[in-house]
Design a protein around this ligand. Sequence first.
Ligand code: WTA
Length: 659
Amino acid sequence: MSMSIESTLVETRVFPPPADFAKQANVSGAAGYQALLAEADRDPDAFWGRLARENLSWAKPFTQVLDESRAPFYRWFGDGELNISANCLDVNLTNGNADKVAIIFEADGGAVTRVTYRQLYERVCQFANGLKSLGYTTGERSIIYLPMSIEAVVAMQACARLGITHSVVFGGFSAKSLHERITDVGATLVITADEQMRGGKSIPLKPAVDEAFGMGGCEAVRHCVVYQRTGGKVVWDDKRDIWMHDLVKQQSTVCEPVAVNAEHPLFILYTSGSTGKPKGVQHSSAGYLLWAKLTMQWVFDAKASDVFWCTADVGWVTGHTYIAYGPLAAGMTQIVFEGVPTYPDAGRFWKMIQDHHVTIFYTAPTAIRSLIKASDANEAHHPKSYNLSSLRLLGSVGEPINPEAWMWYHNNVGGGRCPIVDTWWQTETGGHMITPLPGATPLKPGSCTTRLPGITAAIVDETGHDVEAGHGGFLVIKRPWPSMIRTIWGDPDRFEKSYFPSELKGYYLAGDGAQCDADGCFWIMGRIDDVLNVSGHRLGTMEVESALVSHEMVAEAAVVGRPDATTGEAVVAFVVLKRSRPEGDEAIAIGKQLRDWVAKEIGPIAKPKEIRFGDNLPKTRSGKIMRRLLRVVAKGEAVTQDVSTLENPAILDQLSKPV
Ligand code: WTA
């Protein structure tokens, strides 16, 4: 493990919670926060046990809270049984929410559809009954490759209702990525759509599934259920393919939820690590949902009257916890949005907040930064051109938010009155970990502030010892928590080695570098491994490298991240071709070809922003690529480090020049 923390932010502004917000908050004032923190630290088992009994509806109550006997393979509430869909839907039929709107869906083109909790329950039951009629049962795995839609939530909930473990694949991933996930997870069911709509354009989905099937190894898939979104033309296999509307047509609107063990895998979600192969992060049922619901209440201050909007896609963990599960478990009304923030224009988010009277808005810094640019360019798309007075709370997720973007968000979107919760967490953590509580925590722009009750976040050195305030180190979580990753699907060794390295005393290693200030506020400083964060999306440099070298022209490739004002980081690739180094127009043309290739291999989000060609790559005499130097060169800075160990120092000159 190695890391370099070069600088820390110098930010002195502090924004205490507004008094009127604090007064009505679910966790109110420093005293409210401290009480929970103390309860959790005093007796974690009693704390989590109390919360799990109070917040979840159990088919069979648990008797043991935490089983550490096979650490780090922890079990939570391990002899309890429940159903996740029943905890999201059935509970809302008897608590007065039956006719409350659960989802306000706004399509790319602007059409709005509403479903109540009762209607959502019925649709989930019908779909679950349809899956049952095809013979699907508890313990199987499904791949869900759907656009943002009510159907996506229905599909996830229906799987949960039957105990089918789902693995959602983001609609922007390629056929190849899809194939990798279908085979790795051993899927027997695929749920997709004919096409998706984004920014006024239709993008095919079913053809990517067909292509993935064509790659072989997917023989275990018995059915492909297709949601007809656009009516676009699709190739049909009568034996395997079935329209979603045909499947649900004759089905009963009642489907008994299947009680599963608390530890039953609710879902597997693939995310990038430091090798070329994405990791299937496996989550539990009870512990996961408990934290999804609690963080809705604590961090988002969920109230019966709220209209909640998380702009993430269900293909990412944020869309799992804060669209498909958390808001429903908390009985909220939420927005589900199919489109993009810039269509038909860059005022789309603000118009939707205005139209639907959104009270809580949760988005990513990269979206905020691009909308700052767009509203600078055109007043009409500036938040001040809309009525955003319904907002009471803002959130940020996915990457560090720079203080300038934070201030703009606070002033222009939040009208200076809404607290911002800058939530630090990961696919692996299942839910928020370090974040302000809006009615309790003083905010510092750029800091995700303090740990949540029960979450023992700390900064340690390479031997696992606490580092002093103001010094950088590894961000770890010392004690297990209910919504933590259970294992990497099919690779328990990798799970242990990646997250619980032996030198760190059994602590969970997050993979981020960070430091704490004197007030105990955390400042995240970026990844310590070869993982990039581009527009809030995790990408492994090795993944992009292996995509590049799989192209017939490429001999060698090295990929690094470069700071980017809009996307946080940008992918820069250094490529050696098998033929001679291209220059001028030819280099531009081949660069384009390779960028398209990466989009086809992984997905458009992985496309390098820039490709530079060299006769060679900077290597040590033992043949190791010096990525540290490539990062400097990618930034356009002069190399001041010692290059005496370099086999071929002259190469740096060549790679310094953009095509
Ligand atoms: C980064 C997304 C700073 C971090 C929920 C983490 C953040 C990775 C923040 C996880 C934040 C996420 N401030 N950095 N508020 N939130 N990150 O798995 O590097 O897609 O390790 O989960 O995003 O990304 P993932």
